[in-house]
Design a protein around this ligand. Structure first.
Ligand SMILES: [Zn+2]
Length: 391
């Protein structure tokens, strides 16, 4: 059966099947609640080269009770401050910035400190409330053409629109790119930040794949898509976010010229079944580790990435993980993944016998977490970075 690309008339090929999985970030505090599961399969378009999930889950199910808050990690916060300084290069006379999917307003707070007039849009009402309570004006809504209908006075008024780690989530990405262009002033810029899809294969990051991320862009596949909507690259930098992202600044352009054909080039990278090998190696090695420390193993980092990985494990192995520690106070007391492992604050391990092994699932924050665990008395030899099984 051929799978149609959701962004162009091309046909897609499957490159990774991750089975049936629950939604990574919708946690429940009821242990007996059975999470709905949905197919999680990555495909790539032979024409535009864009990687995407086969199928789509209704965004209102995924994002309205979202528990992920930007401002939880110190590493992230210091990055956001540096990014705000970079954005000053694009400050026009109005110094107005709009952020799409602004989460708890952490980035806009940094922009405010740099003298920008800020506004955010975020669909998760609970998180938009957090931002509004901090004085960062945030509209609790999805972004698209209806935003322009609601706020017509903002058309042509922004120096900068920021879309950090949101475009891969958006089934209506074409509508977003079109709407943003209308909001920008004559010299206005779009700053798009997104995970580099080459990391899925080059760095074994299959845990970046979950239902919220509909699309997985490389630099080339994204620049082509933006060009179709009248954008041209004006600046670029690498970002450490999500363990390897692109930050691309676009300006408006009327004449884009001819686009590079990237579909077959991108497809060729996956011809040898490399992503399936990453998945199989991971499940085999982690099962071995868990089984060898039976009854004595805990996880750290109840992230969406961890959800994808845990869901790859069979019930018997996953249930040997006694608890999932996480620094986010919002997640404590909830049950995680289809195996429903209880999430607790790291303090809860202080009362336990220190004879356990900690499997750090949030490997992109490993240094911070390792330091925290050692300070609370865990022997370094008992801390295992899950990343060594993903390559
Ligand atoms: Zn396509």
């Amino acid at each position: 059966m051929s799978i149609k690309c959701s962004l162009c008339p091309g046909i897609c090929q499957e490159i990774l099947d991750l089975g049936e999985q629950n939604l990574a970030n919708n946690l429940s505090n009821n242990q007996s609640e059975i999470y709905s599961t949905f197919k999680l399969s990555l495909v790539i378009c032979e024409n535009c080269g864009i990687q995407q999930l086969d199928g789509i889950v209704d965004p209102t199910i995924m994002f309205q009770n979202y528990l992920w808050v930007t401002g939880t990690s110190e590493t992230t916060l210091s990055y956001l401050e540096r990014l705000a300084l970079f954005c000053n290069n694009y400050k026009g006379v109005n110094a107005r910035v709009l952020e799409i999917a602004s989460n708890d307003g952490s980035f806009l707070e940094c922009m405010l400190k740099q003298g920008w007039s800020v506004k955010g849009v975020d669909p998760a009402r609970n998180i938009a409330d957090l931002a509004n309570n901090k004085g960062i004006e945030t509209i609790p809504s999805f972004f698209g053409s209806t935003y322009l209908d609601k706020y017509p006075a903002e058309i042509g008024s922004y120096d900068l629109v920021v879309a950090r780690n949101v475009l891969p989530h958006a089934p209506n990405i074409r509508e977003i790119l079109t709407s943003v262009r209308k909001l920008l002033g004559a010299d206005g810029k779009l700053l798009a930040e997104f995970h580099d899809a080459n990391q899925l294969y080059d760095d074994g990051q299959i845990d970046y794949i979950y239902h919220e991320h509909k699309y997985y862009f490389t630099y080339n596949s994204f620049v082509n898509l933006a060009a179709e909507h009248g954008y041209r690259v004006t600046d670029y930098k690498r970002s450490p976010i999500s363990a390897g992202s692109h930050v691309i600044v676009f300006e408006k352009a009327d004449d884009i010229g001819e686009l590079k054909k990237v579909g077959l080039v991108e497809l060729a990278r996956y011809a040898n079944g490399g992503l399936q090998k990453v998945r199989d190696q991971f499940t085999h090695s982690v099962k071995k580790i868990i089984d060898s420390h039976e009854g004595n193993i805990i996880g750290f980092g109840a992230s969406a990435r961890a959800s994808t990985l845990l869901n790859l494990l069979d019930d018997d192995s996953a249930k040997k993980i006694q608890v999932m520690l996480d620094n986010s106070t919002h997640k404590s007391g909830f049950y995680f993944s289809r195996h429903r492992i209880l999430i607790e604050k790291p303090e809860s391990i202080f009362s336990l016998d220190k004879d356990f092994v900690v499997l750090v699932f949030a490997w992109n924050f490993f240094n911070e977490i390792e330091k925290q665990l050692i300070e609370s008395g865990v022997q370094p030899s008992r801390i295992i970075n899950i990343k060594k099984f993903l390559y």
